[in-house]
Design a protein around this ligand. Structure first.
Ligand SMILES: [Zn+2]
Length: 316
């Protein structure tokens, strides 16, 4: 990966994908590295990184799209080049909850092998923060809850640092989950998530990871990466790692967040059978809740209850 000089352009309005339950999907933007005139690394048998990572990205997108509560988008769908900054802009355009860039490693000797996962380094974050602050036209661009528009420089810097730190922490979290699952199907190059100043990882408000699927310069891994079977196993492991992370920490407003809340609520619910003389306000008071909460929780249109009716009581 190298720096590119492409200008940061304004992304169009973010798109939000709604699931059937009216809760939005977790959006994962998958970026196949390189493309077009940039072949990426080339293996000893001539396998090109840009080709295997595109196929793997497509498989991963398919797996993610099949899963309820998720939508996958690809930065590129064919053999053409997209500037590195434009890849992050696409993540912003699609309102990504996670950006995953897929690559294959190379070394000048054939021995090194194994998959790796990267998150942004602190050094990369610091230089990016300075860049955002220097470009005042970008200030209204952050979508992840922080807008720097109209803030003074110091406050803008603090907010941007907070957002960047939160994004890196989330990236490390999802990265280690993905690395754990990859370890089940591939040799790992390093045991932990690595950090580097890759340009595609620099979104201040979108958790972003870069997966090196293996060393294309290693003859065995080149052979593996050329097979649909091996790429599917890797893609499936990445999907499981992503899902494990988002099941634990679903973004607010998503179907996954709703399901998690229901799971937790479901465990803590108790039931009460209305007796003669009971009122909903009395039941609410005895259970440290409110009439409106009970009405909402039970789908009641008013506060009238009947003897023998069962009321669900949420955990306080
Ligand atoms: Zn690459």
């Amino acid at each position: 990966i190298d720096e590119d000089g492409s200008r940061l352009e304004k992304a169009s309005k973010p798109t939000v994908t709604q699931s059937s339950a009216g809760k939005r999907d977790v959006v994962v933007v998958i970026d196949a590295g390189h493309g077009g005139e940039d072949p990426g690394a080339i293996g000893p048998r001539g396998t090109r990184e840009k080709d295997v990572v595109l196929k793997m990205a497509q498989t991963l997108a398919k797996l993610i799209n099949e899963r309820p509560g998720y939508t996958a988008k690809l930065t590129r769908t064919g053999d053409y080049y997209i500037g590195l900054r434009n890849r992050t802009l696409l993540a912003r355009k699609y309102n990504a909850d996670l950006f995953v860039s897929v690559h294959a490693d190379a070394f000048r000797t054939p021995q090194p092998k194994g998959a790796s996962v990267f998150a942004l380094s602190q050094r990369g974050a610091t230089s990016e923060t300075a860049r955002w602050l220097a470009q005042s036209e970008n200030r209204s661009d952050l979508t992840g809850g922080v807008s720097l528009d109209g803030r003074d420089d110091m406050l803008a810097g603090v907010l941007l640092d907070l957002s960047m730190t939160a994004s890196i922490n989330a990236s490390l979290g999802v990265g280690s989950s993905v690395l754990g699952k990859l370890g089940g199907v591939a040799k790992l190059h390093k045991s932990g998530v690595e950090q580097a100043a890759f340009v595609v990882l620099k979104s201040p408000d979108i958790p972003s990871i870069l997966v090196e699927a293996g060393f294309i310069s290693n003859p065995q891994e080149e052979k593996n990466l050329s097979t649909e079977w091996y790429r599917s196993r890797l893609a499936s492991a990445i999907m499981k790692g992503i899902d494990e992370y988002f099941q634990k920490t679903p973004p607010p407003g998503t179907l996954l967040a709703h399901q998690k809340q229901q799971r937790q609520g479901g465990n803590a619910v108790s039931h009460y059978r209305i007796q003669r003389g009971d009122t909903l306000s009395g039941v609410a008071r005895r259970n440290q809740t409110t009439v409106s909460e009970l009405m909402q929780f039970n789908g009641l249109r008013d506060d009238r209850v009947m003897v023998g009716q069962t009321i669900r009581i949420p955990a306080s």
